[in-house]
Design a binder for this molecule. Structure first.
Ligand SMILES: C[S@@+](CC[C@H](N)C(=O)[O-])C[C@H]1O[C@@H](n2cnc3c(N)ncnc32)[C@H](O)[C@@H]1O
Length: 303
């Protein structure tokens, strides 16, 4: 065997397979994620007891944005499966300082007001962040590796923008199943806006019950959304658009907003172009259907 062949053979036997390369990459990211956020017990007279290595070090180009190819996961996750998910018993027990370590949510009395349900790779969060810099925005995503990608993306952006006026501190992501645990995270009337961007279509009739908009779920969304708050939906699947419109139209606590309202609303413009699925649809020259609904007052509040 020539020296060259021997080298190649050795490389062949020692190089990790692609799947473990992904694992090695994600494990390294996990370590750096753990290092980046250091939350210390509260001390008296300090406005914020939370420090991160990002705030201690100089911003550097070395903190690179994560690479999507290392976070591949099956396209769909069964929302009825028993995933091992962490969730608080009630919204009051949720420790938001893990998600927004630079914002002292307790002293500022800040709570999440915008939610992106099924946020995927986080494009909407990243565009909404600077547009609503005073508001806490949360992405909820069921797939573990996709959530980790968004988390690493936000940490990298915070690091890269540590010296800028806007630092991506008001956006965060959490792994969760919105079909099961939304009221565990959000109190009654807490949210101002809820986004459903390009939700999984679940084409087959027997799978329709897995759609993120159903009668029962709409009542939960109405519970966490305040009066006058807005549900935003966008999809490239006409049948799913009609399904969402039908269910929202039928629900007594929602009223559709007009095309004129959509045309002047900043969030409609942002959601049209910012999500990864939306960008794919644009590249493939597909159509996008939008429907936005206002949360009406509860009947008992009208009397
Ligand atoms: C087609 S992708 C769209 C992602 C993103 N909104 C976009 O437009 O690029 C739908 C996303 O919703 C997530 N998802 C589906 N069911 C969910 C649930 N019950 N709770 C949270 N996320 C969910 C999926 O894992 C997937 O990432």
């Amino acid at each position: 065997m020539s020296e060259e062949e021997a080298k190649r053979e050795q490389q062949h036997t020692t190089a990790p397979p692609v799947s473990s390369k992904r694992k090695i990459y994600r494990d390294a990211k996990e370590q750096s994620r753990k290092k980046q956020v250091r939350i210390e017990p509260p001390q008296q007279d300090t406005p914020s007891s939370i420090t991160t290595t990002a705030s201690l070090e100089q911003p550097s180009d070395e903190v690179k944005l994560p690479q999507k190819r290392f976070y591949r996961q099956r396209a769909h996750s069964n929302p009825f499966s028993d995933h091992a998910l962490d969730y608080p018993r009630s919204p009051q027990l949720m420790d938001w300082s893990q998600i927004y370590p630079h914002i002292n949510t307790a002293t500022n009395n800040k709570q999440v007001e915008i939610a992106d349900i099924g946020c995927g790779f986080g494009g909407l969060l990243i565009d909404l962040g600077p547009a609503f810099s005073e508001t806490l925005i949360l992405g909820m995503e069921i797939r573990v590796q996709v959530t980790q990608y968004v988390e690493d993306r936000i940490l990298a952006l915070r690091h890269q923008h540590a010296e800028n006026a806007y630092k991506y501190d008001n956006i965060g992501v959490i792994r969760g199943n919105a079909m099961k645990f939304l009221p565990n995270f959000f109190a009654r009337g807490q949210l101002r806006k809820i986004f459903f961007c390009f939700p999984d279509p679940h084409f087959k009739q027997r799978k329709h019950k897995a759609r993120i908009v159903t009668n029962t779920l709409l009542s939960e969304y109405a519970f966490v959304l305040r009066e006058g708050g807005v549900i935003y939906t966008i999809t490239d699947v006409e049948d799913l658009h009609e399904w969402m419109v039908k269910h929202l139209d039928e629900h007594p606590l929602f009223e559709r907003l007009s095309k004129e309202w959509e045309d002047q609303d900043e969030c409609v413009k942002i959601m049209y172009n910012s999500t990864e699925e939306g960008q794919k649809v644009t590249r493939n020259k597909g159509s996008k259907w939008v429907a936005c609904y206002k949360r009406l007052p509860n009947p008992e509040d009208c009397e």
